[in-house]
Design a protein around this ligand. Structure first.
Ligand SMILES: *Cc1c(COP(=O)(O)O)cnc(C)c1O
Length: 419
């Protein structure tokens, strides 16, 4: 296989707040636009078979021509693949692309977002350690921390999202990491990364942001001094509802132990999924522009609708963290959560069922719009006290805008709300 290093494809500053005043890493590397990055970064310019696209390498293992070749490898004189669990050519291409998009030195890909979260926390935490996290989060992340990390002697402390005082009060000598999503799911609360990072630095602990809902198009948390950024690539990065994957971005040094443990835990992504992810990423910027546009339009439509109560969307001035989102994000994504006025859960379900364009399914961030009622989809087994604690109302609907035409999505929602 041809060798050589991929071109440096760091996204160019775009006038986005993260590229101007507050960004500490501004101008550190030569840069190009985001689509140039997502189309070309990570890939070899001349590929096997002279193919323009990366071939899918269906190989569980990689061969050595001779014992001398093997010795060159084990003694560190050459870089190459060894065995599929430790890495593959398809993985290298996509990791290069994702690292460049997030302005990171390095990226580690997993078979799903959850595998990435588990891989990171298992690699960085020991029995007796503690982490503090904001309580609005993906329910399985919360479940892993509360039910499983605890079995290994790691204490996780949940504090109310956006309460930096409570987060600081929960930090003690055993604390190793502060964890949050931004924006959070499903309340779309934006975390003030400046405060979050300052708090961590003051107490010499690390930070992890799950930026699945934002994507590197809308914010790059590493530029704000966050140590690890995590994405479920199943969502916007893959973007076509046809694969599962997860990724952690950060410095090569911090990712080294994470990558080594992945080689043991084995939560890797298949060459076929990686090819789909690479293909999906080529249109990443174009898709995000439409997701952002549709999200903003639908949120404004819903906010003005007589049958709709609270609308949670980072780009609405009515959202409690609007000013943070405005100052730190370029756009606000395609996910909207809203409450139907004076509706019980069955009346709310009727609206979900009446929508003609979005499909009823969990997940978000794909080209197809999706709709769901969090009470039924993710929280049906929870007690009503717990649902209340996590802010899941009976009349809540979560809508993930796809890339369909905004006028059509609005007209469809209008008729559904009249149902
Ligand atoms: C979907 C999601 C995950 C989990 O990712 P999978 O790829 O489904 O394992 C984690 N965090 C957030 C915010 C998500 O939306």
């Amino acid at each position: 296989m041809a060798t050589g290093s991929p071109p440096n494809m760091t996204p160019r500053p775009t006038g986005h707040p993260q590229d101007t005043a507050a960004s500490p890493r501004k101008g550190m590397r030569p840069s190009v636009g985001m689509s140039t990055t997502s189309v070309h970064a990570g890939e070899l310019r001349q590929k096997p078979g002279d193919s323009i696209t990366d071939p899918i390498f269906c190989a569980s293992t990689f061969t050595f021509a001779s014992t001398a070749d093997l010795l060159d490898y084990v003694e560190g004189r050459c870089e190459r693949e060894e065995y599929g669990r430790y890495g593959s050519p398809n993985e290298k291409s996509v990791e290069g692309k994702l690292a460049a998009l997030d302005n990171a030195e390095s990226a580690v890909i997993y078979g799903s977002g959850m595998a990435a979260i588990v891989g990171l926390l298992m690699s960085k935490l020991n029995a007796g350690d503690e982490i503090v996290f904001f309580d609005q989060c993906y329910h399985r992340s919360r479940e892993f921390c509360a039910k499983h990390l605890s079995r290994f002697g790691v204490v996780t402390r949940q504090v109310p999202t956006g309460d930096y005082g409570a987060m600081e009060a929960a930090i003690n000598a055993k604390t190793k990491m502060l964890v949050s999503e931004s924006p959070t799911n499903p309340h779309l609360t934006t975390v003030d990364l400046e405060q979050f990072v300052a708090l961590a630095k003051a107490h010499e602990v690390e930070t992890l942001i799950d930026a699945t809902l934002a994507t590197p198009y809308n914010i790059r948390p590493l530029d704000w001094g966050v140590d690890y950024v995590l994405h479920s690539a199943t969502k916007y990065l893959g973007g076509h509802n046809d694969l599962l994957a997860g990724v952690i971005c950060g410095s090569s040094e911090k990712l080294e132990s994470i990558r080594a443990l992945r080689g043991i835990l084995g939560g890797i992504s298949s060459p076929h999924s990686l090819y789909l992810l690479e293909r999906g990423l080529k249109t990443f910027e174009l898709r995000m522009q439409r997701h952002n546009e549709n999200g903003q339009r639908l949120a404004e439509f819903l906010a003005g609708h007589p049958r709709v109560g609270t609308v949670y969307y980072p780009g609405l001035a009515s959202h409690p963290t609007y000013s943070i989102a405005r100052s730190q994000m370029r756009g606000f994504g395609g996910l909207i959560t809203f409450e139907v006025l004076d509706a019980n859960w069955k009346e709310t379900a009727r609206i979900v069922d009446a929508a003609q364009i979005p499909r009823i399914a969990p997940s978000l961030g794909g080209v197809e719009s999706l709709i769901e009622q969090p009470l039924v989809m993710s929280y049906f087994s929870y007690s009503s006290a717990d649902r209340q604690r996590f802010g899941i109302a009976d009349n809540m609907i979560r809508y993930s805008c796809g890339i369909e035409n905004g006028d059509d999505l609005i007209a469809d929602l209008e008729q559904a709300l009249q149902a």
